[in-house]
Design a protein around this ligand. Structure first.
Ligand SMILES: C[S@@+](CC[C@H](N)C(=O)[O-])C[C@H]1O[C@@H](n2cnc3c(N)ncnc32)[C@H](O)[C@@H]1O
Length: 504
C-alpha cells in the first residue's frame, strides 16, 4: 500500500491519467461518497458495477437506466478477476481492508475512500476543462490544501479553455504539417492560445474562432491590435468581483480605472500592469471623457490588453455605453464583464430586499446627476407607491429629491435607507422617512459615495440589517438596544409603518 518504505520520507506518487472507457470498475459501497465516485467514473465512460445492499436514489436511478450494474449480495472476491480498478467506499473499515488486501493480491489498483494507507491509487482534485484536465494531489497528506489549489485554479482558468483545447486537437495534424519546425509550431500555438482565436471562444463565438484559426493556418497575419475589456469592479469589496473580472485583471497590460475602484480590488491586478487613474469626483472631473477615450485608443492601438475598470457595473451610470460606442466606431475589439452595481450591493448589505412580494413589485435605478437638470426626471412616475427607488449620485440633491417626490404624491412617511460606502468596512446606513430625508442626511454628514434606497422595503432595514454598524435611525437604535437585531425578531414593526403608508 501507499507509504514510504523509508520512515519519515514521504513517497512520491506517479501521476497517471487512466483510460477507463468500456473498462470494468467495481465500486463497493452505495452511499453518497460512492455516488460521487460513480459519477466521475461514468464521466470517464467506465463500466461500473456497484456492490451494496442499498443504493442512494441517484445510484438506484442509474441502475434502473442500465448505466451501472447493481449487485446487492455480499462482496465476492472473484468479482475482482474481471475489473481494472476497485473503489472501496463503505463505512465498514474491515470490509474496506478486505477489498484492499484482495485487490493488492491480484495487482489491481484500489482506492479506499479517505484511507491513504489502504489505497494503492489516489483520486486527485480535478479542474475540468475537458479535454484539458488538471489533477492535483498532495499524496493524501494535505487534501484540504489540494482542494484550495483547485479552487484557485478554477477561478483563474477560463471555462472556454476546454473549447480551445478541442479546437487545437481538431487542427493538430494540419498545424504539424504547416509548421514542421518545432520552434515555429510553438510560436503558432502561443498565438493560437493567447490571440484572437482564444478571444472569440471567450466571447462564445466558436465559428469566428474557427475562421480565425483557419486564417492563421493559411498564413494570414492576425490584426495586431490590442483590446479593451470594460470590467465592472463592483462596489469595493474584492469578494464581490466576478471570476471573469479577476481573470481580466490578471491578464491586463494596462488598467484604466475610476477613483471609486477600491485599493483592495486594484491589489488583485497583475503586479506589472500599468495603472492609470482617470478618477472623477462629483463636480470635479479630473480627466474628461474624451481624454479617457483617447487613452483607451492609444493603448489598444499599441497592441496592449487594456482593462477599463469601473466601480459597480460599467453600464449602470458608468458611461460604459459611450466608451463601447467609441471603441466600436474606432474598430477596437472589446469585451464587457458585468459587475455588481451599487444598488444591488447596498441593498444586500443594508438588509433591504429591493423587491418584496408584500411591499414592492418594481425597482427603478435613477441618477440624480442628470446631464441637464433633475427636472428632466419623470417625478410623477417616480412617486408611485409600492416601488423602490435606488437613487445614485444623490447626496448633493437630497432636498430636491425629497421635495419633488412629496409634491408628486409620494407619502412623507415612506421609509428610506441611505447607504454610505455600501459593502465596505466603513459602511453607514441612515434610515428615516421621506419627510426627514435631507435633515437626517445632514445630521449624519453623509458623504459620497452614497446610495438612496427609498420605498416601502426600506422599513425592513432596522430588522434585517446584518452587516457592519446597525442602521442609524430611531427605530434601529431601539431594536439594537433590545438585542433584536440579527435575531430575526421584528424590531420597528415595519408592518405598521407599511400599513400606514399604504393607507395614506
Ligand atoms: C458614477 S456612479 C457609478 C455607478 C456604478 N457604475 C455602479 O454600477 O454602481 C457613482 C454612484 O454610485 C453609487 N455608489 C457607488 N459605489 C457605492 C458604494 N460603495 N456605496 C454607496 N453608493 C455607491 C453612489 O451613488 C455614487 O455616487
Amino acid at each position: 500500500m501507499i507509504g514510504s518504505r523509508f520512515p519519515g520520507v514521504a513517497m512520491k506518487l506517479y501521476p497517471l491519467f487512466a483510460d477507463l472507457s468500456n473498462r470494468a470498475v467495481l465500486v463497493v459501497g452505495g452511499g453518497a461518497v460512492a455516488e460521487r465516485k460513480v459519477a466521475a467514473l461514468l464521466g470517464a465512460q467506465a463500466q461500473v458495477t456497484v456492490n451494496a445492499p442499498q443504493l442512494t436514489p441517484q445510484l438506484a436511478r442509474w441502475a434502473t437506466q442500465g448505466r451501472i450494474t447493481h449487485r446487492a449480495d455480499a462482496f465476492q472476491a472473484q468479482w475482482l478477476e474481471r475489473v481494472w480498478l476497485v473503489v472501496a467506499a463503505t463505512d465498514d473499515r474491515e470490509l474496506n481492508r478486505l477489498v484492499a488486501n484482495l485487490a493488492e493480491l491480484q495487482r489491481i489498483f484500489v482506492n479506499v475512500v479517505d484511507d491513504a494507507e489502504l489505497s494503492s491509487f489516489h483520486v486527485p482534485a480535478v479542474v475540468d476543462r475537458a479535454p484539458l484536465t488538471i489533477a492535483i494531489s498532495s499524496g493524501g497528506d494535505a487534501p484540504m490544501l489540494a482542494r484550495l489549489v483547485r479552487e484557485r485554479l478554477e477561478a483563474l482558468l477560463e471555462p472556454s479553455l476546454g473549447a480551445l483545447a478541442s479546437l487545437a486537437a481538431r487542427l493538430r495534424k494540419r498545424i504539424r504539417l504547416r509548421h514542421p519546425d518545432m520552434a515555429a509550431r510553438r510560436r503558432f500555438y502561443e498565438e493560437l492560445f493567447a490571440g484572437p482565436v482564444a478571444a472569440w471562444l471567450r466571447q462564445g463565438r466558436p465559428d469566428a474562432a474557427l475562421a480565425a484559426a483557419e486564417q492563421a493556418l493559411a498564413g494570414v497575419p492576425a490584426a495586431r491590435g490590442g483590446s479593451v475589456v470594460l470590467v465592472g469592479a463592483g462596489p469595493g469589496d474584492p469578494g464581490l468581483l466576478t471570476l471573469r473580472a479577476l481573470r481580466a485583471l490578471n491578464e491586463a497590460d494596462v488598467i484604466v480605472h475610476d477613483r471609486l475602484v477600491s485599493a483592495e480590488v486594484l491589489e488583485l491586478a497583475r503586479r506589472d500592469a500599468e495603472r492609470i487613474e482617470v478618477g472623477k469626483q462629483a463636480g470635479n472631473h479630473h480627466v474628461t471623457q474624451d481624454a479617457i477615450h483617447a487613452i483607451l485608443l492609444e493603448h489598444a492601438r499599441a497592441g496592449r490588453r487594456v482593462v477599463r475598470l469601473k466601480g459597480g457595473d460599467p453600464f449602470v451610470f458608468g458611461r460604459g455605453g459611450e466608451e463601447m460606442e467609441f471603441l466600436h466606431a474606432h474598430g477596437v475589439a472589446y469585451e464587457v464583464v458585468p459587475g455588481i452595481t451599487a444598488a444591488l450591493a447596498c441593498a444586500a448589505h443594508a438588509g433591504v430586499p429591493l423587491t418584496h412580494r408584500d411591499h414592492a413589485q418594481s425597482v427603478r435605478l435613477v441618477t440624480a446627476h442628470c446631464k441637464a437638470s433633475m427636472d428632466t426626471l419623470d417625478w410623477a412616475a417616480l412617486a408611485h407607491e409600492r416601488q423602490t427607488l435606488a437613487v445614485y449620485m444623490g447626496v448633493a440633491g437630497l432636498e430636491t429629491i425629497q421635495a419633488r417626490l412629496i409634491t408628486h404624491g409620494r407619502a412623507p412617511e415612506t421609509p428610506f435607507a441611505l447607504v454610505e460606502n455600501g459593502s465596505r468596512s466603513n459602511q453607514r446606513v441612515i434610515t428615516g422617512t421621506l419627510a426627514t430625508l435631507a435633515e437626517r442626511a445632514a445630521l449624519h454628514a453623509v458623504q459620497s459615495p452614497a446610495l438612496l434606497i427609498l420605498g416601502e422595503v426600506a422599513a425592513l432595514a432596522p430588522t434585517l440589517s446584518w452587516f457592519g454598524q446597525a442602521p442609524l435611525g430611531a427605530a434601529a437604535a431601539a431594536a439594537a438596544s433590545s438585542g433584536q437585531r440579527r435575531t430575526g425578531l421584528p424590531a420597528a414593526r415595519p408592518d405598521e409603518v407599511l400599513a400606514a403608508i399604504h393607507h395614506v
